[in-house]
Write a protein that binds this ligand. Structure first.
Ligand SMILES: Nc1ncnc2c1ncn2[C@@H]1O[C@H](COP(=O)(O)OP(=O)(O)O)[C@@H](O)[C@H]1O
Ligand SMILES: [Mg+2]
Length: 396
């Protein structure tokens, strides 16, 4: 198959776990919102859930559809089964109508709303459809989707399907640079980020240099010539657009002074590399940010796959720290990311185990072997965090 005008073979990954998450949510709730950055595959997934040629797909970016949905009750009231409404953030008033439709006795329709990372979408939906909607967050491909044989490629190119699947590294870099350009020039302002495109670009590039570090507003504020609350707002915008992750610190009240600012990460490693001007896998291996990039990549994969209820980092001024503290189903699991060949147990890990009362601590590293460092501490390869059936398999 050829992909559009590009003379390259098309590849399509079946995103089985995302699809089953969405299907399960649709069985439980009359409305499901699938949100994430632009270009991660929301439309592709939403359409795949409908029969070919189904009239139940509405793309609000299409002016004709927008006109049709200007009278939403008329347009939607007779539809049955799954109805997919794409780019729903463009019609925030629709949520009130959806509520009316959902609350009809014997309502025959359920709604999948797709949104490009809009804070407006989340606010509107939670207010108007409270108790009726589930929000599912998505992003680019994960390791369990592309298979562990493609780990290096996923790290270097990132998970956006068009970047990951580009015909060459150069084509992947060009796609990501273009994505960044349209994001700062069009999408973020459209989402309401009221700052000039060059300032957003400089800020995002600066964040790439802070990747994996605790956030300090003073330096970016000085260098952009704005005040600290303005750069704080920029950070929150990029976070709400799912492009940046803020990992908040965990506090334990027993006297040790602890670090208060969040850690910041550029979520997609491919975008991180484009922002840092790293133009190839060799350049990445030599780059001073290489370790931080790998740790951020591993962190994002672990969070996507583990789906914890809550996630933090932990650090004390005395020097003990933990890269990731996850709470899931009443368990406390710690994760350290170590880009070394054979991680060892460190005093900081012992402190974290004791002070945080961890049930388990995993040391994720780029090696192949899984081994125990302590009764509750295990060194594990990145692939070992995958759900069991997918381990070690490549679906390419
Ligand atoms: N599972 C997939 N496998 C391969 N390519 C995909 C997959 N999902 C999406 N794509 C490609 O990625 C691009 C963006 O997909 P799209 O569904 O339009 O994203 P979104 O709706 O999130 O903006 C398209 O070119 C699409 O063909
Ligand atoms: Mg789309």
């Amino acid at each position: 198959m050829l992909c559009g005008n590009f003379k390259v073979a098309c590849f399509v990954f079946h995103r089985a776990s995302l699809e089953s998450t969405v299907r399960a949510a649709l069985l439980r709730s009359p409305a499901v919102a699938l949100v994430g950055p632009r270009q991660v595959g929301k439309t592709t997934l939403g359409r795949s859930l409908l029969d070919a040629g189904s009239p139940n797909y509405f793309d609000l970016e299409d002016p004709q559809v927008e006109a049709q949905l200007a009278a939403p009750l008329t347009a939607l009231k007779d539809l049955q089964g799954l109805v997919v409404i794409d780019e729903v953030q463009l019609a925030p008033n629709l949520f009130k109508v959806l509520r009316v439709l959902i609350d009809r006795p014997g309502n025959p329709a359920h709604f999948l709303l797709l949104g490009s990372a809009s804070p407006t979408l989340l606010r509107q939906s939670s207010e108007s459809l409270a108790g009726r909607i589930e929000v599912i967050e998505t992003a680019g491909f994960t390791l369990d989707e592309v298979g562990t044989a493609a780990t290096a490629r996923l790290w270097w190119r990132g998970g956006f399907p068009r970047s990951f699947g580009a015909a060459s590294d150069a084509a992947s870099s060009i796609w990501r640079r273009e994505f960044i350009r349209t994001t700062v020039e069009r999408d973020l302002p459209q989402l309401g980020m009221g700052a000039p495109a060059p300032a957003i670009f400089r800020f995002w590039s600066m964040l790439a240099h802070y990747h994996g570090q605790t956030w300090n507003a003073a330096e970016p504020a000085r260098s952009l010539g704005v005040n600290e609350s303005t750069v704080r707002r920029y950070l929150d915008w990029l976070t709400q657009a799912f492009l940046v992750r803020q990992l908040q610190p965990w506090f334990v009240n027993f006297g040790k002074r602890q670090v208060k600012a969040p850690k910041v990460y550029v979520r997609d490693p491919g975008l991180l590399h484009a922002l840092l001007g790293i133009d190839g896998a060799d350049a990445l291996a030599r780059h001073p940010k290489s370790g931080a990039s790998w740790e951020g990549f591993a962190l994002e994969q672990v969070l996507r796959i583990a789906q914890p209820d809550e996630a933090y980092f932990w650090a004390t001024h005395a020097g003990a720290e933990l890269d990731l503290l996850m709470f899931k189903d009443g368990r406390r699991v710690g994760v350290e990311f170590k880009r070394t060949d054979a991680p060892l147990l460190t005093p900081s890990m012992r402190t974290a185990l004791a002070d945080l009362a961890l049930d388990a601590l995993y040391v994720v590293y780029p090696g192949e072997r899984r081994y125990r460092l302590h009764e509750r501490v295990e060194a594990v390869p990145l692939w070992a965090v995958l759900p069991a059936p997918d381990r070690g398999q490549s679906r390419r």
